[in-house]
Design a protein around this ligand. Sequence first.
Ligand code: ZN
Length: 568
Amino acid sequence: MNKTPLALLFLLTACGYRDREADLVVHNAVIHSMDEMGTVHQAMAIKDGRILELGPEHQIRNRYSTKETFDAGGQHVYPGFIDGHCHFLGYGLNKQKVDLSGTTSWAEVLERTKAFAEAHPEKTWIMGRGWDQNDWTVKDMPDRDELDQLFPDKPVLLQRVDGHMAVANAVALRHAGINSGSKVSGGQIVGRFTTPDGDGSWMDPNALKEVIHMRYPMWEPTGLLVDNAFNVFQAIFDEADDATKREGLLTAQRDCFAAGLTGVHDAGLDTGTIALIQRMHEAGELKIRVYAMVSDAPENLAHFAKRGAIQTDRLTVRSVKVYGDGALGSRGACLKEPYSDQPDSHGALLASRDHFMEVARWCDAHGFQMNTHCIGDSANKVLLDVYGEVLGGTNDKRWRIEHAQVVSAPDRALFARYSIIPSVQPTHATSDGPWALDRLGPDRINDAYAYEELRHTLGLLALGTDFPVEGIDPLQTFRSAVLRQSADGWPEGGYHPENALTRTDALRGMTIWNAIASFSEKELGSLEKAKRADFTVVNSDLEKASPEQLRLAKVTSTWLNGERVFKQ
Ligand SMILES: [Zn+2]
Protein backbone atom coordinates (compact mmCIF):
# COMPACT_ATOMS: atom_id res chain seq x y z
CA MET A 1 0.00 0.00 0.00
CA ASN A 2 1.48 3.37 -0.90
CA LYS A 3 1.22 6.41 1.31
CA THR A 4 -1.44 8.43 -0.43
CA PRO A 5 -4.45 6.18 0.10
CA LEU A 6 -3.42 5.71 3.71
CA ALA A 7 -3.31 9.45 4.28
CA LEU A 8 -6.64 9.79 2.55
CA LEU A 9 -8.13 7.02 4.65
CA PHE A 10 -6.92 8.77 7.79
CA LEU A 11 -8.36 12.05 6.60
CA LEU A 12 -11.72 10.44 5.88
CA THR A 13 -11.98 8.75 9.23
CA ALA A 14 -10.50 11.56 11.31
CA CYS A 15 -12.28 14.55 9.83
CA GLY A 16 -15.26 13.22 8.03
CA TYR A 17 -15.70 13.71 4.31
CA ARG A 18 -16.75 17.22 3.28
CA ASP A 19 -18.39 17.86 6.60
CA ARG A 20 -17.43 21.54 6.66
CA GLU A 21 -19.12 24.25 4.66
CA ALA A 22 -17.47 26.84 2.46
CA ASP A 23 -18.78 29.42 0.00
CA LEU A 24 -15.84 28.96 -2.32
CA VAL A 25 -13.00 26.49 -2.75
CA VAL A 26 -10.05 27.54 -4.87
CA HIS A 27 -7.93 24.60 -5.96
CA ASN A 28 -5.40 23.37 -8.49
CA ALA A 29 -3.58 26.62 -7.79
CA VAL A 30 -0.17 27.87 -6.74
CA ILE A 31 -1.19 30.13 -3.88
CA HIS A 32 1.59 32.51 -2.89
CA SER A 33 0.39 33.38 0.60
CA MET A 34 3.01 36.13 1.15
CA ASP A 35 2.98 35.20 4.82
CA GLU A 36 6.14 35.57 6.93
CA MET A 37 7.41 32.14 5.87
CA GLY A 38 6.53 32.60 2.21
CA THR A 39 4.32 29.50 2.33
CA VAL A 40 2.87 28.23 -0.92
CA HIS A 41 -0.43 26.27 -0.93
CA GLN A 42 -2.48 24.38 -3.49
CA ALA A 43 -5.98 25.17 -2.34
CA MET A 44 -8.03 27.34 -0.01
CA ALA A 45 -11.53 27.41 1.40
CA ILE A 46 -13.44 30.67 1.85
CA LYS A 47 -16.59 31.57 3.75
CA ASP A 48 -18.26 34.93 4.40
CA GLY A 49 -15.48 36.71 2.56
CA ARG A 50 -12.71 35.28 4.74
CA ILE A 51 -10.20 32.49 4.37
CA LEU A 52 -11.15 29.41 6.41
CA GLU A 53 -8.17 27.29 5.57
CA LEU A 54 -5.26 26.91 3.15
CA GLY A 55 -3.57 23.63 2.42
CA PRO A 56 -2.83 20.78 0.06
CA GLU A 57 -5.30 20.01 -2.72
CA HIS A 58 -6.75 16.80 -1.28
CA GLN A 59 -7.07 18.15 2.24
CA ILE A 60 -9.12 21.18 1.26
CA ARG A 61 -11.20 19.39 -1.36
CA ASN A 62 -12.00 16.48 0.94
CA ARG A 63 -12.84 18.58 3.93
CA TYR A 64 -15.23 21.15 2.45
CA SER A 65 -18.54 21.02 0.74
CA THR A 66 -18.84 24.26 -1.18
CA LYS A 67 -21.32 26.38 -3.12
CA GLU A 68 -18.72 27.39 -5.68
CA THR A 69 -15.48 25.84 -6.87
CA PHE A 70 -12.74 27.64 -8.77
CA ASP A 71 -10.24 25.45 -10.59
CA ALA A 72 -7.28 27.77 -11.11
CA GLY A 73 -5.81 25.46 -13.74
CA GLY A 74 -2.36 25.60 -12.16
CA GLN A 75 -2.21 29.40 -12.29
CA HIS A 76 -0.63 31.60 -9.64
CA VAL A 77 -2.71 33.22 -6.92
CA TYR A 78 -1.43 36.30 -5.08
CA PRO A 79 -2.94 38.44 -2.35
CA GLY A 80 -5.11 41.09 -4.07
CA PHE A 81 -2.81 43.81 -5.42
CA ILE A 82 -3.04 47.18 -3.70
CA ASP A 83 -1.98 50.48 -5.29
CA GLY A 84 -0.25 52.43 -2.51
CA HIS A 85 -0.51 55.84 -4.17
CA CYS A 86 -2.97 56.73 -6.87
CA HIS A 87 -5.73 59.16 -7.72
CA PHE A 88 -8.68 56.83 -8.01
CA LEU A 89 -11.34 59.48 -8.42
CA GLY A 90 -9.07 61.63 -10.62
CA TYR A 91 -8.52 58.66 -12.94
CA GLY A 92 -12.25 58.04 -13.14
CA LEU A 93 -13.02 61.70 -13.83
CA ASN A 94 -10.36 61.85 -16.53
CA LYS A 95 -12.14 58.98 -18.23
CA GLN A 96 -15.28 61.12 -18.31
CA LYS A 97 -13.48 63.54 -20.65
CA VAL A 98 -13.30 63.48 -24.43
CA ASP A 99 -9.88 62.30 -25.56
CA LEU A 100 -8.67 64.91 -28.06
CA SER A 101 -5.06 63.77 -28.29
CA GLY A 102 -3.76 63.18 -31.80
CA THR A 103 -6.38 65.34 -33.51
CA THR A 104 -5.16 66.83 -36.78
CA SER A 105 -7.63 69.73 -37.10
CA TRP A 106 -10.10 71.81 -35.13
CA ALA A 107 -12.83 70.13 -37.17
CA GLU A 108 -11.72 66.76 -35.83
CA VAL A 109 -11.82 68.14 -32.28
CA LEU A 110 -15.41 69.24 -32.88
CA GLU A 111 -16.31 65.89 -34.39
CA ARG A 112 -14.93 63.89 -31.48
CA THR A 113 -16.62 66.19 -28.98
CA LYS A 114 -19.95 65.84 -30.78
CA ALA A 115 -19.65 62.05 -30.92
CA PHE A 116 -18.78 61.91 -27.21
CA ALA A 117 -21.76 64.11 -26.31
CA GLU A 118 -24.08 61.89 -28.37
CA ALA A 119 -22.71 58.77 -26.67
CA HIS A 120 -23.18 60.31 -23.21
CA PRO A 121 -26.49 62.20 -23.31
CA GLU A 122 -26.69 62.03 -19.50
CA LYS A 123 -23.68 64.29 -19.06
CA THR A 124 -24.45 67.78 -17.80
CA TRP A 125 -20.93 68.95 -18.74
CA ILE A 126 -18.64 68.02 -21.61
CA MET A 127 -14.93 68.20 -20.82
CA GLY A 128 -12.18 67.34 -23.25
CA ARG A 129 -8.43 67.15 -23.04
CA GLY A 130 -5.42 66.80 -25.31
CA TRP A 131 -5.74 69.07 -28.38
CA ASP A 132 -2.59 70.71 -29.73
CA GLN A 133 -2.89 73.26 -32.53
CA ASN A 134 0.73 72.51 -33.50
CA ASP A 135 -0.57 69.18 -34.84
CA TRP A 136 -3.21 70.85 -37.03
CA THR A 137 -2.81 71.84 -40.66
CA VAL A 138 -4.24 75.28 -39.82
CA LYS A 139 -2.47 76.22 -36.61
CA ASP A 140 -4.77 79.06 -35.48
CA MET A 141 -5.93 79.09 -31.89
CA PRO A 142 -9.56 77.99 -31.70
CA ASP A 143 -12.48 80.09 -30.42
CA ARG A 144 -15.95 79.26 -29.21
CA ASP A 145 -18.04 80.09 -32.30
CA GLU A 146 -18.55 76.57 -33.65
CA LEU A 147 -18.84 75.15 -30.15
CA ASP A 148 -21.67 77.61 -29.50
CA GLN A 149 -23.46 76.40 -32.63
CA LEU A 150 -23.01 72.73 -31.75
CA PHE A 151 -23.72 73.13 -28.04
CA PRO A 152 -26.10 76.02 -27.47
CA ASP A 153 -27.31 74.62 -24.10
CA LYS A 154 -24.60 72.39 -22.69
CA PRO A 155 -21.36 73.67 -21.11
CA VAL A 156 -18.23 72.51 -22.97
CA LEU A 157 -14.57 72.99 -22.01
CA LEU A 158 -11.73 71.56 -24.09
CA GLN A 159 -8.24 71.66 -22.58
CA ARG A 160 -5.03 71.89 -24.56
CA VAL A 161 -2.52 69.03 -24.24
CA ASP A 162 -0.34 70.86 -21.68
CA GLY A 163 -3.28 71.68 -19.43
CA HIS A 164 -2.37 75.39 -19.53
CA MET A 165 -4.97 76.53 -22.04
CA ALA A 166 -8.57 75.69 -22.87
CA VAL A 167 -11.46 76.78 -25.03
CA ALA A 168 -14.94 77.08 -23.54
CA ASN A 169 -18.33 77.69 -25.12
CA ALA A 170 -20.67 80.54 -24.10
CA VAL A 171 -22.76 78.36 -21.76
CA ALA A 172 -19.63 77.23 -19.92
CA LEU A 173 -18.42 80.82 -19.58
CA ARG A 174 -21.81 81.79 -18.17
CA HIS A 175 -21.70 78.89 -15.68
CA ALA A 176 -18.29 79.98 -14.50
CA GLY A 177 -19.40 83.59 -14.24
CA ILE A 178 -16.89 84.77 -16.85
CA ASN A 179 -18.12 87.82 -18.74
CA SER A 180 -16.88 90.98 -20.36
CA GLY A 181 -15.96 92.42 -16.94
CA SER A 182 -13.99 89.42 -15.67
CA LYS A 183 -10.36 89.71 -14.66
CA VAL A 184 -8.18 86.92 -13.41
CA SER A 185 -4.76 86.90 -11.79
CA GLY A 186 -2.27 84.30 -12.98
CA GLY A 187 -4.26 83.75 -16.15
CA GLN A 188 -5.85 85.35 -19.17
CA ILE A 189 -9.30 85.58 -20.67
CA VAL A 190 -8.68 86.15 -24.37
CA GLY A 191 -11.11 88.72 -25.73
CA ARG A 192 -12.30 90.46 -28.89
CA PHE A 193 -14.65 93.32 -29.79
CA THR A 194 -18.06 93.28 -31.37
CA THR A 195 -20.90 95.69 -31.97
CA PRO A 196 -24.01 95.41 -29.80
CA ASP A 197 -26.56 95.93 -32.55
CA GLY A 198 -24.62 94.64 -35.51
CA ASP A 199 -24.92 91.42 -37.45
CA GLY A 200 -23.06 89.56 -34.72
CA SER A 201 -19.81 89.42 -36.60
CA TRP A 202 -16.71 89.89 -34.52
CA MET A 203 -14.30 92.76 -34.99
CA ASP A 204 -10.59 92.36 -35.21
CA PRO A 205 -9.38 92.85 -31.62
CA ASN A 206 -6.39 94.77 -32.97
CA ALA A 207 -8.73 97.37 -34.44
CA LEU A 208 -9.19 98.88 -31.01
CA LYS A 209 -8.91 102.49 -32.18
CA GLU A 210 -11.77 102.12 -34.63
CA VAL A 211 -13.90 100.39 -32.05
CA ILE A 212 -13.50 103.20 -29.58
CA HIS A 213 -15.18 105.51 -32.08
CA MET A 214 -18.22 103.29 -32.31
CA ARG A 215 -21.21 104.02 -30.13
CA TYR A 216 -21.35 100.85 -27.98
CA PRO A 217 -18.25 98.78 -28.54
CA MET A 218 -18.50 95.49 -26.66
CA TRP A 219 -15.70 93.30 -25.41
CA GLU A 220 -16.42 89.57 -25.38
CA PRO A 221 -14.37 86.52 -24.41
CA THR A 222 -13.41 84.43 -27.44
CA GLY A 223 -13.69 81.35 -25.25
CA LEU A 224 -9.92 80.88 -25.11
CA LEU A 225 -8.68 80.78 -21.52
CA VAL A 226 -5.16 80.61 -20.11
CA ASP A 227 -4.03 79.04 -16.80
CA ASN A 228 -5.99 80.31 -13.78
CA ALA A 229 -8.78 81.53 -16.05
CA PHE A 230 -10.04 77.97 -16.47
CA ASN A 231 -9.02 76.42 -13.17
CA VAL A 232 -12.48 77.46 -12.03
CA PHE A 233 -13.91 74.97 -14.54
CA GLN A 234 -11.88 72.12 -13.12
CA ALA A 235 -13.32 72.99 -9.73
CA ILE A 236 -16.85 72.97 -11.16
CA PHE A 237 -16.18 69.61 -12.79
CA ASP A 238 -14.58 68.17 -9.65
CA GLU A 239 -17.54 69.35 -7.65
CA ALA A 240 -19.81 68.05 -10.37
CA ASP A 241 -23.01 66.48 -9.28
CA ASP A 242 -22.60 63.15 -7.59
CA ALA A 243 -23.72 61.46 -10.81
CA THR A 244 -20.50 62.42 -12.62
CA LYS A 245 -18.36 61.45 -9.66
CA ARG A 246 -20.24 58.20 -9.20
CA GLU A 247 -19.66 57.31 -12.82
CA GLY A 248 -15.99 58.22 -12.45
CA LEU A 249 -15.60 56.00 -9.41
CA LEU A 250 -17.32 53.07 -11.10
CA THR A 251 -15.18 53.44 -14.23
CA ALA A 252 -12.03 53.53 -12.10
CA GLN A 253 -13.19 50.48 -10.14
CA ARG A 254 -13.83 48.50 -13.32
CA ASP A 255 -10.34 49.27 -14.65
CA CYS A 256 -8.73 48.50 -11.29
CA PHE A 257 -10.41 45.11 -11.05
CA ALA A 258 -9.34 44.30 -14.61
CA ALA A 259 -5.76 45.15 -13.63
CA GLY A 260 -5.89 42.88 -10.57
CA LEU A 261 -6.25 45.63 -7.96
CA THR A 262 -8.50 44.97 -4.98
CA GLY A 263 -7.48 48.05 -3.01
CA VAL A 264 -6.33 51.62 -3.65
CA HIS A 265 -4.77 54.36 -1.55
CA ASP A 266 -6.23 57.57 -2.97
CA ALA A 267 -3.70 60.36 -2.37
CA GLY A 268 -6.03 63.25 -1.65
CA LEU A 269 -9.83 63.35 -1.40
CA ASP A 270 -12.22 65.90 0.05
CA THR A 271 -14.95 65.17 2.58
CA GLY A 272 -17.74 65.20 -0.02
CA THR A 273 -16.08 62.53 -2.15
CA ILE A 274 -15.27 60.42 0.89
CA ALA A 275 -18.93 60.57 1.94
CA LEU A 276 -19.97 59.55 -1.59
CA ILE A 277 -17.58 56.59 -1.54
CA GLN A 278 -19.01 55.49 1.79
CA ARG A 279 -22.58 55.71 0.46
CA MET A 280 -21.60 53.74 -2.66
CA HIS A 281 -19.92 51.10 -0.50
CA GLU A 282 -23.04 50.80 1.65
CA ALA A 283 -25.21 50.46 -1.45
CA GLY A 284 -22.91 47.70 -2.70
CA GLU A 285 -22.21 49.41 -6.04
CA LEU A 286 -18.63 50.26 -5.08
CA LYS A 287 -16.71 47.27 -3.77
CA ILE A 288 -13.03 48.09 -4.06
CA ARG A 289 -11.26 48.80 -0.77
CA VAL A 290 -10.32 52.47 -0.48
CA TYR A 291 -7.71 53.93 1.83
CA ALA A 292 -8.62 57.61 1.47
CA MET A 293 -6.03 60.24 2.36
CA VAL A 294 -7.76 63.49 3.27
CA SER A 295 -6.56 66.52 1.27
CA ASP A 296 -4.78 69.11 3.39
CA ALA A 297 -7.42 71.87 3.46
CA PRO A 298 -8.79 73.62 6.57
CA GLU A 299 -12.40 72.53 5.93
CA ASN A 300 -11.37 68.87 5.57
CA LEU A 301 -9.31 68.89 8.76
CA ALA A 302 -12.10 70.67 10.67
CA HIS A 303 -14.54 68.02 9.48
CA PHE A 304 -12.38 65.09 10.58
CA ALA A 305 -11.37 66.77 13.84
CA LYS A 306 -15.06 66.62 14.74
CA ARG A 307 -15.92 63.32 13.11
CA GLY A 308 -12.77 61.32 13.85
CA ALA A 309 -11.34 58.48 11.74
CA ILE A 310 -13.50 56.22 9.55
CA GLN A 311 -13.04 52.46 9.52
CA THR A 312 -15.51 50.24 7.67
CA ASP A 313 -14.99 46.91 5.89
CA ARG A 314 -13.96 48.70 2.71
CA LEU A 315 -13.10 52.29 3.62
CA THR A 316 -10.41 53.64 5.92
CA VAL A 317 -9.87 57.35 6.58
CA ARG A 318 -7.12 58.20 9.02
CA SER A 319 -4.47 60.07 7.07
CA VAL A 320 -3.83 63.52 5.63
CA LYS A 321 -2.21 64.11 2.24
CA VAL A 322 0.05 67.14 2.13
CA TYR A 323 1.99 68.64 -0.79
CA GLY A 324 5.63 69.38 0.06
CA ASP A 325 6.79 70.51 -3.38
CA GLY A 326 6.09 70.15 -7.13
CA ALA A 327 7.35 67.80 -9.83
CA LEU A 328 10.84 67.24 -11.21
CA GLY A 329 9.82 67.43 -14.89
CA SER A 330 8.49 71.00 -14.57
CA ARG A 331 11.34 71.94 -12.15
CA GLY A 332 8.87 72.45 -9.34
CA ALA A 333 10.61 69.93 -7.08
CA CYS A 334 12.48 71.63 -4.23
CA LEU A 335 16.21 70.87 -4.45
CA LYS A 336 19.06 71.71 -2.07
CA GLU A 337 21.30 72.83 -4.95
CA PRO A 338 20.09 74.44 -8.20
CA TYR A 339 18.81 72.42 -11.14
CA SER A 340 21.65 71.16 -13.30
CA ASP A 341 19.82 72.39 -16.41
CA GLN A 342 18.61 75.68 -14.86
CA PRO A 343 21.26 77.05 -12.52
CA ASP A 344 19.10 79.94 -11.24
CA SER A 345 16.37 77.69 -9.87
CA HIS A 346 15.98 75.38 -6.87
CA GLY A 347 12.26 74.81 -7.23
CA ALA A 348 10.18 75.62 -4.16
CA LEU A 349 8.27 74.26 -1.21
CA LEU A 350 4.51 74.57 -1.66
CA ALA A 351 3.94 75.72 1.92
CA SER A 352 5.98 77.07 4.81
CA ARG A 353 7.76 74.87 7.34
CA ASP A 354 5.34 76.32 9.90
CA HIS A 355 2.41 74.99 7.93
CA PHE A 356 3.93 71.50 7.68
CA MET A 357 4.59 71.63 11.42
CA GLU A 358 1.01 72.69 12.11
CA VAL A 359 -0.41 69.79 10.08
CA ALA A 360 2.05 67.37 11.73
CA ARG A 361 0.87 68.47 15.18
CA TRP A 362 -2.75 68.17 14.08
CA CYS A 363 -2.14 64.62 12.80
CA ASP A 364 -0.33 63.66 15.98
CA ALA A 365 -3.11 65.07 18.16
CA HIS A 366 -5.89 63.38 16.17
CA GLY A 367 -4.23 60.01 15.62
CA PHE A 368 -3.98 60.57 11.87
CA GLN A 369 -1.11 59.47 9.65
CA MET A 370 0.70 62.24 7.74
CA ASN A 371 1.55 61.51 4.09
CA THR A 372 3.53 64.20 2.32
CA HIS A 373 4.39 64.50 -1.37
CA CYS A 374 8.17 65.10 -1.47
CA ILE A 375 10.12 64.95 -4.73
CA GLY A 376 13.26 67.09 -4.30
CA ASP A 377 16.06 66.34 -1.82
CA SER A 378 15.33 69.59 0.03
CA ALA A 379 11.59 68.87 0.38
CA ASN A 380 12.40 65.36 1.63
CA LYS A 381 14.87 66.72 4.20
CA VAL A 382 12.52 69.45 5.44
CA LEU A 383 9.62 67.05 5.89
CA LEU A 384 11.72 64.28 7.42
CA ASP A 385 12.91 66.86 9.97
CA VAL A 386 9.36 68.11 10.64
CA TYR A 387 8.17 64.53 11.10
CA GLY A 388 11.15 63.82 13.35
CA GLU A 389 10.47 66.84 15.53
CA VAL A 390 6.91 65.66 16.19
CA LEU A 391 7.53 61.89 16.30
CA GLY A 392 10.69 62.09 18.43
CA GLY A 393 11.98 58.59 17.67
CA THR A 394 10.81 55.15 16.60
CA ASN A 395 7.04 54.70 16.79
CA ASP A 396 4.09 52.89 15.20
CA LYS A 397 2.40 55.92 13.64
CA ARG A 398 3.49 54.85 10.15
CA TRP A 399 3.82 58.37 8.70
CA ARG A 400 4.74 58.30 5.06
CA ILE A 401 6.75 60.29 2.55
CA GLU A 402 5.00 60.02 -0.81
CA HIS A 403 7.38 59.61 -3.80
CA ALA A 404 10.63 60.10 -1.78
CA GLN A 405 12.08 60.67 -5.22
CA VAL A 406 15.40 62.39 -4.57
CA VAL A 407 16.74 61.73 -1.08
CA SER A 408 20.36 62.57 -0.13
CA ALA A 409 22.19 59.52 1.22
CA PRO A 410 22.65 60.92 4.77
CA ASP A 411 18.93 61.82 5.00
CA ARG A 412 17.87 58.25 4.27
CA ALA A 413 18.75 57.24 7.83
CA LEU A 414 15.91 59.49 9.05
CA PHE A 415 13.32 57.05 7.66
CA ALA A 416 14.57 54.42 10.09
CA ARG A 417 15.17 56.81 12.97
CA TYR A 418 11.52 57.98 12.97
CA SER A 419 9.87 54.84 11.51
CA ILE A 420 8.78 56.70 8.35
CA ILE A 421 7.54 54.63 5.42
CA PRO A 422 8.79 55.57 1.93
CA SER A 423 5.89 55.30 -0.53
CA VAL A 424 7.30 55.06 -4.07
CA GLN A 425 6.15 54.48 -7.65
CA PRO A 426 8.58 52.30 -9.61
CA THR A 427 7.17 53.39 -12.99
CA HIS A 428 8.34 56.95 -12.25
CA ALA A 429 11.96 55.73 -12.48
CA THR A 430 11.49 54.31 -15.95
CA SER A 431 9.25 57.18 -17.17
CA ASP A 432 11.44 60.01 -15.84
CA GLY A 433 14.73 58.23 -16.60
CA PRO A 434 15.22 59.77 -20.07
CA TRP A 435 15.42 63.36 -18.70
CA ALA A 436 16.05 63.05 -14.94
CA LEU A 437 19.83 63.19 -15.44
CA ASP A 438 19.50 66.64 -17.11
CA ARG A 439 17.63 68.00 -14.10
CA LEU A 440 19.87 66.47 -11.42
CA GLY A 441 23.33 65.97 -12.92
CA PRO A 442 25.62 62.93 -12.61
CA ASP A 443 26.04 62.98 -8.80
CA ARG A 444 22.52 63.64 -7.56
CA ILE A 445 21.02 61.16 -10.00
CA ASN A 446 22.35 58.43 -7.70
CA ASP A 447 20.04 59.74 -4.95
CA ALA A 448 17.00 59.51 -7.23
CA TYR A 449 14.54 56.61 -7.55
CA ALA A 450 16.83 54.71 -5.17
CA TYR A 451 14.15 52.22 -4.17
CA GLU A 452 16.39 49.40 -2.96
CA GLU A 453 18.35 51.88 -0.82
CA LEU A 454 15.07 53.19 0.59
CA ARG A 455 13.74 49.67 1.16
CA HIS A 456 16.87 49.03 3.18
CA THR A 457 16.16 51.89 5.64
CA LEU A 458 13.00 50.71 7.40
CA GLY A 459 12.81 47.27 5.79
CA LEU A 460 9.67 48.04 3.83
CA LEU A 461 8.29 50.20 1.05
CA ALA A 462 4.77 51.04 -0.09
CA LEU A 463 4.49 50.60 -3.87
CA GLY A 464 2.07 52.41 -6.16
CA THR A 465 1.74 54.03 -9.56
CA ASP A 466 0.34 57.55 -9.09
CA PHE A 467 -2.23 56.73 -11.80
CA PRO A 468 -3.50 58.54 -13.89
CA VAL A 469 -0.07 60.22 -13.98
CA GLU A 470 1.24 56.75 -14.85
CA GLY A 471 -0.58 53.68 -16.14
CA ILE A 472 -2.77 51.68 -13.78
CA ASP A 473 -1.15 48.24 -14.30
CA PRO A 474 0.39 46.73 -11.13
CA LEU A 475 2.28 44.20 -13.25
CA GLN A 476 4.12 47.12 -14.85
CA THR A 477 4.90 48.39 -11.34
CA PHE A 478 6.37 44.95 -10.70
CA ARG A 479 8.41 44.97 -13.92
CA SER A 480 9.65 48.52 -13.32
CA ALA A 481 10.63 47.56 -9.77
CA VAL A 482 12.51 44.35 -10.60
CA LEU A 483 13.71 44.86 -14.19
CA ARG A 484 13.88 48.67 -13.93
CA GLN A 485 12.51 48.80 -17.45
CA SER A 486 9.55 50.61 -19.01
CA ALA A 487 6.72 48.77 -20.75
CA ASP A 488 8.64 48.96 -24.03
CA GLY A 489 11.84 47.65 -22.47
CA TRP A 490 13.73 50.94 -21.90
CA PRO A 491 16.57 51.00 -21.04
CA GLU A 492 18.39 47.87 -21.99
CA GLY A 493 19.88 46.34 -18.87
CA GLY A 494 17.59 48.41 -16.63
CA TYR A 495 17.68 51.94 -15.23
CA HIS A 496 20.28 52.07 -12.42
CA PRO A 497 19.70 48.33 -11.85
CA GLU A 498 21.49 48.49 -8.49
CA ASN A 499 18.23 49.92 -7.16
CA ALA A 500 16.05 47.08 -8.42
CA LEU A 501 13.94 45.36 -5.77
CA THR A 502 14.00 41.60 -5.40
CA ARG A 503 10.90 39.97 -6.85
CA THR A 504 9.68 38.91 -3.42
CA ASP A 505 10.10 42.44 -2.07
CA ALA A 506 8.29 43.91 -5.08
CA LEU A 507 5.38 41.55 -4.42
CA ARG A 508 5.45 42.46 -0.73
CA GLY A 509 5.41 46.14 -1.70
CA MET A 510 2.24 45.59 -3.75
CA THR A 511 0.52 43.55 -1.03
CA ILE A 512 1.52 43.18 2.63
CA TRP A 513 3.68 46.32 2.83
CA ASN A 514 0.85 48.41 1.39
CA ALA A 515 -1.42 46.82 3.99
CA ILE A 516 1.02 47.84 6.73
CA ALA A 517 1.24 51.36 5.26
CA SER A 518 -2.57 51.57 5.66
CA PHE A 519 -2.92 49.84 9.07
CA SER A 520 -4.74 46.88 7.52
CA GLU A 521 -2.22 44.05 7.77
CA LYS A 522 -4.47 42.08 10.12
CA GLU A 523 -7.13 41.91 7.39
CA LEU A 524 -5.33 42.30 4.07
CA GLY A 525 -2.03 41.91 2.26
CA SER A 526 -1.45 38.16 2.63
CA LEU A 527 -3.50 35.00 2.20
CA GLU A 528 -3.78 33.54 5.68
CA LYS A 529 -6.48 31.96 7.79
CA ALA A 530 -9.16 34.46 8.91
CA LYS A 531 -7.96 37.21 6.59
CA ARG A 532 -10.11 38.72 3.84
CA ALA A 533 -10.29 36.62 0.69
CA ASP A 534 -8.93 39.26 -1.69
CA PHE A 535 -6.77 37.63 -4.35
CA THR A 536 -5.50 38.06 -7.88
CA VAL A 537 -4.91 35.22 -10.33
CA VAL A 538 -1.97 35.58 -12.73
CA ASN A 539 -1.03 33.26 -15.59
CA SER A 540 2.65 33.41 -14.70
CA ASP A 541 4.93 32.80 -11.72
CA LEU A 542 6.05 36.36 -10.98
CA GLU A 543 8.96 35.18 -8.84
CA LYS A 544 10.40 32.77 -11.41
CA ALA A 545 9.31 33.95 -14.87
CA SER A 546 11.99 35.10 -17.31
CA PRO A 547 11.87 38.82 -18.27
CA GLU A 548 10.20 37.80 -21.56
CA GLN A 549 7.57 35.75 -19.74
CA LEU A 550 7.06 38.61 -17.29
CA ARG A 551 6.17 40.94 -20.14
CA LEU A 552 3.44 38.50 -21.17
CA ALA A 553 2.10 37.98 -17.64
CA LYS A 554 -1.59 38.76 -17.32
CA VAL A 555 -4.20 38.97 -14.63
CA THR A 556 -6.88 36.41 -15.48
CA SER A 557 -9.27 37.00 -12.60
CA THR A 558 -9.66 39.21 -9.55
CA TRP A 559 -11.51 38.28 -6.36
CA LEU A 560 -12.55 40.54 -3.52
CA ASN A 561 -14.05 39.20 -0.31
CA GLY A 562 -14.39 35.82 -2.00
CA GLU A 563 -16.40 37.29 -4.87
CA ARG A 564 -15.14 37.25 -8.45
CA VAL A 565 -15.07 40.89 -9.60
CA PHE A 566 -13.14 40.40 -12.84
CA LYS A 567 -12.76 37.56 -15.27
CA GLN A 568 -10.67 37.75 -18.41
ZN1 ZN B 1 -0.04 61.64 -6.62
